[in-house]
Write a protein that binds this ligand. Structure first.
Ligand code: URA
Length: 209
């Protein structure tokens, strides 16, 4: 079974309260989603391997650590995942970026991939899939399956707000994928929104309705 990591840091919780507030406008919402994502990604990447490197400081030589050449891939799920991407990319600029978009076929209710562009060497990369909301889990489960079908192996999932139902679905479908979130809420409502949640993250990020 995959591990669930709830990152309960005061800075994150403070910012999360502001984005949950319906009076928070799109500009602040976008900025805070970005800041929260960067803070959260710090935990998501905690276990990345390092190796020793000898360098010269202005004073002497020193043996210090650098990331040990593990290649990273960041994959936002369209479209709300885009709001998480840039701040994470800022701290790991060598990471390659893939994009994936899925929608639910209204008749079959099966998830359908409508866009997918991933780094060519995806099988060699540590992949971080991101979407602010893990609600029913449908898009996360399907997106991760599409990524695996193309050779993706080492996959982590990060979100800002999760419902117990989505966590269960994702853990059941992909027991090898650990999940990082800032909050686990009560449940989903009948429309698939997280309660209390923060509304439609994509709409709030992009100012649509
Ligand atoms: N997607 C969202 O943006 N919000 C929810 O509450 C559920 C899914």
């Amino acid at each position: 079974m995959s591990q669930l990591h709830v990152v309960d840091h005061p800075l994150i919780q403070h910012k999360l309260t502001i984005i949950r507030d319906k009076h928070t406008g799109s500009k602040i919402f976008r900025e805070l989603v970005s800041e929260i994502s960067m803070l959260l990604s710090y935990e998501v990447m905690r276990e990345l391997p390092t190796e020793e490197k000898e360098i010269e400081t202005p004073i002497t030589t020193a043996k210090t650590k650098v990331l040990s050449g593990k290649k990273l891939g960041l994959i936002p799920i369209l479209r709300a995942g885009l709001g998480m991407l840039e701040s994470v990319r800022d701290i790991v600029p060598a990471a390659r970026v893939g994009h994936i978009g899925v929608y639910r076929d209204p008749e079959t209710l099966n998830p359908v991939e409508y866009y997918c562009k991933l780094p060519q060497d995806i099988h060699e990369r540590e992949l971080i899939v991101m979407d602010p909301m893990l609600a029913t889990g449908g898009s996360a489960v399907a997106s991760i399956q599409f990524i695996k079908d193309r050779g993706g192996k080492n996959i982590r999932f990060m979100c800002i707000n999760a419902a117990p139902e989505g966590i269960e679905e994702l853990q059941k479908a992909h027991p090898d994928v650990d999940i990082w979130t800032c909050s686990v809420d009560e449940k989903l409502n009948e429309h698939g929104y997280i309660i209390p949640g923060l509304g439609d993250a994509g709409d709030r990020l992009f100012g649509t309705k």
